[in-house]
Design a protein around this ligand. Sequence first.
Ligand code: GAR
Length: 217
Amino acid sequence: MARYKIAILISGRGSNMAALIEACRDESFPAEVALVLSNRPEAPGLEIAKAAHIPTQVIEHGDFDSREAFDAAMTESLAASGVRLICLAGFMRLLSAEFCQRWRDSLINIHPSLLPAFKGLHVHERMLETGVRIAGCTVHFVRPEMDEGPILVQAAVPIAADDTPKTLAARILVQEHRIYPLAVRLIAEGRARTAGGMVAIDNYGLPEQILINPPLE
Ligand code: GAR
């Protein structure tokens, strides 16, 4: 069966992108990466994608007069590549309402907190300042408001007494790299659909692995 074509949008390091590329290397994984798109030519993730022989493209937001014009250029390129799902992976630009509507339920994002808590930037610092005991990460469908939208997968990550923003970020990142491929697989297998602001997942049993919901299979 044809694999589900995905695009990955990055702005920087691209470690989540690399985790998705790695998952797609397995022929039995139901998705393939058709395009990696960056808004920054110097994003280190671009080199990782090129080394994996994935088509890459740079569309610099500074070349456009408005957010809408930049987003329209991305839509053109994404549509031309035939992708069915767009994965934001450290893509640090807010997207226009038009773009979110055009790709509604075909656009997902990963964020390093248990949403809806700790949206936005400097998440790890803010979690430590607030004193929460459980951190985590979330993959969700994108809506126009920042870090908003129906939740696909979450993983919980305990916070240690001696954590710094750096150590906490590293521990959460390990789980990000597990849940992003899981979320893509659920969509590519046609098992996840939005319903009433939430995501319903077919054939999803009770969690066996308490810290990832839904569990890895
Ligand atoms: C990741 O931790 C991701 O969750 C976060 O940016 C980092 C990108 O790292 N995204 C957000 O904060 C989105 N609001 P990566 O480039 O190594 O994947």
